[in-house]
Structure formats: structure tokens, C-alpha cells
Design a protein around this ligand. Structure first.
Ligand code: N01
Length: 502
């Protein structure tokens, strides 16, 4: 029989969200916790996405915790540097001894009788007062449902699970997708294949809007100044933060404000693409901002290279060695890369979280749509806290600001539990409905719903359950303190000595 461990808090996931929670709980003296991580390292999505060209598309300065600044090498840092940053923060934090790696949480359920969560894994069971889920909103790769894809005989892999053993030299490679991942992968693949006589087909369903990326290496003098001049790094970061916040009205209030971005993106096309037929193919049909605005200087030049073909005819099927498009054309390939995104509105982990009524979170959300109170807590799920929960996502800035805001709210909830002697908190259905009604009303005016596109921001009913429709500063203000009056606060049950604690 596997061991049963009793702790105060279980945190699921060792990415930015789980790590931030662990560090901040420790700061509060809440040291009795465990972080369950399915893989063998910290980093979450930044550990998983190792595809060629993986780089942050939000400035590096915003890719660090406010409490752990970093000496970034350039304005948009590559994945290995971000992963090194996360690892270095984890090592310095003194929390790593409570991280349990290679231990996916298989299921977690709340027991009202004991007022505890029970989290089962193959390596043991953890029983805890609270459960913090930091499993990530972009962590479960979504593979396309294309006829015959399972019959393909060559290597096939998702962008977030890059197969570094695949030999690409001189090969015929296809990439399906033209989202944030693909636009970073394709220019790198194009160069590799060009150097080795290989060929690349890029399958585009929807052309994205892409603005130039003002990437630069920080000169040594600038890095030294950022390290040494008191307050300079903070000032720098604050400037970048507010510059990005200033984009929000163009998304949420008046899409007309995005005209300069549309001009920059259009110029990005006309400068690089001279062939009118290719220009027509890469020019988006929807309003800028409806899907994530991408940043690249080398996407369009890569598409114009001799060894690349941009295919816009819909894919009909995949055979053992080719992709066949609806017009009947068959293009033979050796390797297939699916850069087709993630499960975002139906999060797989919710199938494995069971609340006090016996329903899973997935069942609840299938009925009512993905919705939480303040993106963090859910009725029927006492002492469950989600980091990067529903409607907390960002298209314009770093998620780390949101993560820190949510963790501050969770800490305050735990303080409330300590001070009041209560055993559990769970948001009231009325407060949750009010929060989401207001949010969805606001959503109607946004470019995400009115911009004429279909994106991963929207669920099957066309509701945007992923993004926050205001500034991140506004989000932080709303989560600044735990609002117990919006919660069902439950006193401890009478338990015979030894029944819960061991
Ligand atoms: O995924 P996506 P992603 N047949 O969903 C296409 C973050 N990120 O991995 O647009 C053919 O954006 C799909 O087509 P369409 C960032 O938040 C951050 O690129 O739906 N095509 C689309 O082109 C980003 O938004 C960084 O018509 C199919 C593509 O696949 C999020 O991750 C870097 C298809 C999927 O694009 C996801 O980006 C990378 C099918 N059946 C990613 N199914 C940073 O730098 C899907 N597509 C921080």
C-alpha cells in the first residue's frame, strides 16, 4: 500500500505559478506544504517548450518575479535563459526540498467529513487542508483531429513536445499551424533545411497579425547599469509594464485605437512579401487583437524562401507519407510538426478534481461553462485555489503579474483561515455569478468577441472564458485582499482525536 502523507497544503505544478505559491507560503511561515510535479524539473511550460526558436514574446524584463529580478541578456530572451531563471529562483528559495518530481496528481477529492483534500499519485497519497492548482492554462498539447494522422509513418510531434532526436537534415518537413509557436519554429526550420537541402511546407488555416519584434542584445554597459544603479531596473520594468498596459483599451473598449498596430503589421507584410499572391495569403481577414498579436521579424522572410511553401488549402487527410489538401494535391513529407496549440477552455486536470458534492470540476464546467470567482476559487470546491484560472489570461503582457496577484489573494485567504479558526472557505454561488456576469458583459465590447475571428480564447459556445477584460493593475486591485463576505466560511467539524492529524 502506498504511503499517506499529511500536510497543510498541496500545490500541483512546479511552473511559475506553483513556484511562486511555494515561495510566498514559506515567507508566511506556512512551511508544511508539498509541490507535486509531473515531470523531473521545475519550469512548467518553459521546461516543456524546447522547440527551435522558443523565445518569450513579452519583454524579458516582465518575465521575472517582482521579488527576484534577473540580469537578462536581451529584450526577448530565449527559452533556455528563462528556464535557467526559473531553476535559479527555485534553488535560491530554499523550498526545493518539498518538491516531489515525477509525481503527477492522478486525482484529488474533497471530503466534507474530514474537511481535507486527498490527492492521489502513483508515489503516494497526500491529505491536505488546501489544494493550490498551478497546472497552467497552456500546458496540455492539443493535437489536430485530421483523418489518417495516426497512420503517418514518419516522425510526428507537437511543438510543445519537440523531438530532439528527429533528424531533420535534408528532410521534407510539414508544420501545421501559424500561431505564436509556429511563427518562432518556422524561421529556424527554414534555415536548418536550407543548409541541408531540405524542404518545408507550412499549413496555414488562419493568417495571424504579426508586428515587428524589437529584439536586441543588452550591451554590457546597460546590463551593468541595471545591476548597479539603485532603482534603475525597477524603473525600467515599470516603464515596460505601463507601456504594455496602455494597449488594453484597444482590446477592450475601442478597437479603433489599434490602428497604429494594424499599420505596423501591414507594413511588416508589404516590406517582406513582394509577391501579390503570397501577400494576399498572409493578410489576415479579422481585426488586429482578435487573436493574439504575434511578434516576429523573420516569419515573412522565411515564407518567401525558395525551400518553403505556404499551403492555405484546407487539409483533407494525412496518409502514411503525405498530407493531402482539399484540392487533391498530395505533398510528401518525412516529418510532421503539429503546432496546433493547447486545451485552453476544457482543462484536462479538471476531470480529476472532485468537490464536496461528488461532481468533478469538469462536470460542473460542462454544465455552466468554465468560470471561477476572481479566477481563483469555485463554489462546491472548498479550499481549492487555482492560479491562472478562468479569465485570468493575457494577450498583451506577462502572466507573472497575474500569478503574483493571485498568490497574494490566496495568502490573504489563508491568513483569514488562521485568524478566524475556520476550516474552509468556498465562494458563494451569487458572488461567483455576479463576478462572471459583469465580466461577460464587459467581454461583449472586446475585440476578442467582435473582431471577426475564432480563437482559443473562446469556448464551444463562443464565450471568452480565458482572458481578463481589463488592465492587470485592475485585476491586482480587485484581488488585493480576501473578501470573506463573498464566501461560505465553514467551522471545523468535531473530529475524534487522531482521526485527521497523525
Ligand atoms: O497555439 P495557437 P500556439 N488544422 O492555438 C492551427 C502562448 N505562447 O502554440 O488560427 C489546421 O495560437 C491554428 O489555426 P487557427 C501564447 O499565449 C507564448 O502557437 O485556429 N490548423 C493556429 O494557427 C499563444 O497564444 C509564447 O485557424 C490547425 C495554430 O494551429 C499560445 O501559447 C510562445 C488545426 C495553433 O495556434 C498558443 O500558441 C508560444 C487543424 N486541425 C506560445 N488546429 C511566448 O513567447 C489548430 N490549427 C510567451
Amino acid at each position: 500500500m502506498s504511503a499517506v502523507h499529511h500536510v497543510d497544503h498541496v500545490i500541483i505544478g512546479a511552473g511559475f505559478a506553483g513556484l511562486c505559491t511555494a515561495i510566498k507560503l514559506q515567507e508566511d511561515g506556512e512551511t508544511d506544504f508539498v509541490v507535486l510535479e509531473k515531470c523531473s524539473d521545475v519550469g512548467g511550460t518553459w521546461r516543456d517548450n524546447t522547440y527551435p526558436g522558443a523565445t518569450c514574446d513579452v519583454p524579458s524584463q516582465l518575465y521575472s518575479f517582482s521579488f527576484a529580478p534577473y540580469d537578462w541578456s536581451r529584450s526577448y530572451s530565449p527559452q533556455p535563459e528563462i528556464q535557467d531563471y526559473i531553476r535559479s529562483v527555485a534553488e535560491r528559495s530554499g523550498t526545493l526540498d518539498r518538491f516531489v518530481f515525477d509525481t503527477p496528481a492522478e486525482d484529488a477529492s474533497w471530503d466534507d467529513a474530514t474537511q481535507r483534500w486527498t490527492v492521489r499519485t502513483q508515489n503516494g497519497t497526500w491529505v491536505s487542508r488546501t489544494l493550490v492548482v498551478g497546472a497552467g492554462g497552456l500546458s496540455a498539447p492539443r493535437t489536430p483531429e485530421i483523418e489518417g494522422i495516426e497512420t503517418f509513418q514518419g516522425r510526428v510531434f507537437h511543438s510543445a513536445r519537440w523531438d530532439h532526436d528527429a533528424d531533420l537534415a535534408g528532410k521534407r518537413v510539414a508544420v501545421i499551424g501559424t500561431g505564436a509557436s509556429a511563427i518562432q519554429i518556422v524561421p529556424e526550420l527554414q534555415k536548418t533545411l536550407e543548409a541541408t537541402g531540405g524542404h518545408l511546407d507550412v499549413y496555414q488555416r488562419t493568417a495571424p497579425w504579426i508586428i515587428p519584434r524589437n529584439d536586441r542584445v543588452y550591451p554590457a554597459t546597460e546590463r551593468a547599469a541595471l545591476r548597479r544603479v539603485p532603482g534603475l531596473r525597477r524603473l525600467y520594468r515599470t516603464g515596460i509594464y505601463w507601456a504594455h498596459e496602455s494597449y488594453v483599451p484597444a482590446f477592450t473598449l475601442a478597437p479603433g485605437l489599434a490602428a497604429p498596430a494594424t499599420r505596423a503589421a501591414t507594413l511588416n507584410i508589404t516590406r517582406a512579401v513582394k509577391d501579390p499572391a503570397l501577400r494576399a495569403k498572409v493578410t489576415p481577414y479579422f481585426k488586429i487583437g482578435c487573436k493574439r498579436i504575434l511578434r516576429s521579424n523573420d516569419w515573412y522572410p522565411a515564407l518567401t524562401a525558395d525551400n518553403v511553401e505556404l499551403v492555405t488549402d484546407p487539409i483533407a487527410k494525412v496518409t502514411g507519407n503525405a498530407i493531402v489538401t482539399a484540392d487533391g494535391t498530395e505533398r510528401e513529407i518525412d516529418v510532421l510538426v503539429v503546432a496546433t496549440g493547447f486545451w485552453t477552455t476544457e482543462l484536462p486536470i479538471t476531470e480529476h478534481l472532485t468537490g464536496r458534492t461528488g461532481r468533478t470540476l469538469a462536470e460542473r464546467w460542462r454544465e455552466s461553462g468554465m468560470a471561477a470567482y476572481k479566477g481563483t476559487t469555485v463554489p462546491e470546491f472548498p479550499n481549492l485555489f487555482m492560479v491562472v484560472g478562468p479569465n485570468t489570461g493575457q494577450g498583451h503582457t506577462s502572466m507573472i503579474f497575474i500569478i503574483e496577484s493571485q498568490v497574494a489573494y490566496i495568502r490573504d485567504a489563508l491568513r483569514h483561515l488562521r485568524r478566524s479558526g475556520a476550516a474552509s472557505v468556498e465562494p458563494l454561488p451569487e458572488a461567483t455569478d455576479r463576478w462572471n456576469r459583469t465580466l461577460q458583459q464587459r467581454m461583449r465590447r472586446t475585440v476578442w468577441t467582435r473582431g471577426g475571428c475564432h480563437s482559443w480564447y473562446l469556448d464551444a459556445h463562443g464565450r471568452n472564458t480565458t482572458l481578463w477584460p481589463r488592465t492587470t493593475a485592475d485585476f491586482r486591485r480587485r484581488l488585493a485582499s480576501f473578501d470573506a463576505d463573498a464566501y461560505r466560511v465553514v467551522a471545523p467539524v468535531e473530529v475524534a482525536p487522531g482521526e485527521v492529524e497523525q
